[in-house]
Design a protein around this ligand. Structure first.
Ligand SMILES: [Zn+2]
Length: 493
């Protein structure tokens, strides 16, 4: 049985180690990695032949493949991880994870190891059969070394070429996936970004990536080109996502702020109808309950969407919150309208009439008697203007304003309101601004709208904070020259 000479095997092993280390240092990881795997398997075959010189090329290659495959498969257990944990240097032999893609490289390296063993044996056999004299052994051995080096070089070249092709294909595959998800991100973000420039940038980087993918591998597209294009796409996708977050946050803030006035109105109406319900005028507990529920939800959503919470919320949460807020605003407005409709008192028959829950229920301390007509009162804060108006009026006409009516309590309004009159002079209870203490009826004399008093008041009342409303004008719904009201009269509930 011939055997490979130990010295040749040792030289080959050293060359393989150097080639492996050199490859790892000089080549890109995508090429150096597979080459290193192959040379590792070759080294294992040579080490087996060194330890057991009688090992044949086939057995050697088989043992090398089994050893490398075994090490790879061992990563399916946590044994290698524990070993590396204790002896970090073992990482160079054991690797770090189970990678099935490494197996073909191990096989190639093991075969190369077997070929090297076969070559070394044949040289050794030939050398032994020749007559021994100086000069014949040495060229034979040199040829063996040169032949072996050629094989190592060929294996290295094949591994490098394979690695290069593999790298180009994997890079293209990764970029194709990335482009698809970037296109989805671009389509999803239409109309949902704070700054449209980020979408244009992404569209441009997708175009660039597509032209990289269309380029001829190796000739127009070098290793790393696709990675670089992918890096730009990733960067632009991130910018689009960030801009979407900014936009979604602004949308939530807008929806939250829009909910606030609807909430305030709903709270007022609910409180007023609760008061009415206590007085026996129940609009229906069901309607009040649904208004109360919607208000509770509004409270929750409002506190959940405060700015500090929005800063950390995800895009999905933000977009859902904006939709929830908008839907809730509609629900709440509907609940309030239902409640007002159900409660007769809160619905005034005319569009210019506004129902106020406090109308006719003002506290005595908020009212002040009119000094020259003490049986009548107005809201205390509008009295000064009325007195000033009266002073000017008196200077012109030599007499006080003739007041016929001012603040009316709820019960007084009930008395003057005639629901059977198709165009009643007095508004229903709750709907008259006499109930707010901001209106007075003043006698205009028999000339009414045509008289000097009306003309003078039209010209001077505004200076003192009093006005004649549109509905009471000659062409208004209910022409009343006598009805005047403070400019402070609220026009909206
Ligand atoms: Zn009036």
């Amino acid at each position: 049985m011939t055997r490979a000479p130990r010295r040749t095997t040792a030289i080959l092993a050293a060359v393989v180690v150097l080639a492996g280390l050199g490859g790892r240092a000089a080549l890109p990881a995508a090429v150096g990695g597979p080459l290193g795997d192959a040379l590792f398997a070759t080294l294992v075959v040579l080490l087996v032949a060194l330890a057991l010189p009688r090992t044949g090329p086939f057995v050697g290659a088989a043992v090398g493949l089994v050893v490398c495959g075994g090490i790879e498969a061992a990563h399916l257990t946590d044994v290698p991880a524990q070993v590396v944990d204790r002896f970090p240097a073992a990482r160079y032999v054991l690797g770090t994870a189970f990678t099935p893609a490494d197996l073909p490289w191990y096989a190639a390296g093991a075969v190369a190891g077997g070929v090297l063993l076969a070559l070394a044996r044949s040289r050794s056999r030939r050398a032994r059969t020749l007559p021994r004299h100086a000069g014949t052994e040495l060229p034979g051995r040199r040829r063996a070394v040169v032949g072996s080096l050629t094989v190592v070089l060929l294996v290295a070249l094949a591994a490098a070429g394979g690695g290069l092709a593999w790298t180009l294909r994997e890079e293209a595959r990764a970029l194709t996936t990335q482009v698809a998800s970037a296109q989805a991100a671009l389509a999803d973000s239409d109309g949902r970004v704070a700054d449209d420039a980020v979408r244009s940038a992404l569209a441009a980087s997708i175009d660039r990536a597509e032209s990289v993918l269309a380029a001829t591998p190796l000739v127009e597209r070098r290793p790393g080109d696709a990675d670089e294009a992918g890096g730009r796409v990733a960067q632009d996708v991130a910018a689009v996502q960030a801009s979407r977050l900014t936009f979604a946050r602004a949308e939530v803030t807008k929806a939250r702020d829009a909910l606030a006035p609807t909430t305030r109105r709903a709270e007022k109406v609910l409180a007023a109808t609760d008061e009415l319900a206590k007085g026996g005028q129940d609009a229906g507990e069901t309607l009040r309950a649904s208004s109360r529920d919607a208000l509770g939800t509004a409270d929750e959503l409002t506190s959940e969407t405060q700015d500090d919470r929005l800063a950390t919320a995800s895009l999905t949460d933000l977009e859902a919150a904006a939709a929830d807020l908008a839907a809730l605003r509609d629900d709440l407005a509907d609940a309030t309208t239902d409640l007002m409709t159900a409660q007769d008192a809160v619905v005034c028959p005319e569009p210019d009439q506004v129902w106020f829950p406090q109308a006719g229920h003002l506290a005595a301390k908020s009212l002040a008697p009119i000094p020259w007509a003490r049986q009548y009162s107005v809201r205390a804060d509008v009295l000064d203007g009325l007195v000033a108006l009266d002073d000017a009026y008196r200077a012109e006409f030599g007499q006080h304003l003739t007041v016929n009516s001012a603040y009316r309590s709820y019960d007084q309004q009930v008395e003057v309101y005639n629901p059977d009159d198709p165009n009643p002079l007095a508004a229903p209870p709750g709907c008259s601004n006499h109930g707010l203490g901001t209106a007075i009826d003043i006698s205009m004399g028999p000339e009414g709208f045509d008289g000097a008093r009306y003309a003078w008041l039209k010209e001077h009342a505004e200076q003192h904070g009093w006005t004649h409303p549109g509905w009471a004008e000659p062409d208004g719904r209910l022409p009343e020259p006598w009805h005047w009201q403070s400019v402070k009269t609220p026009t909206e509930y």
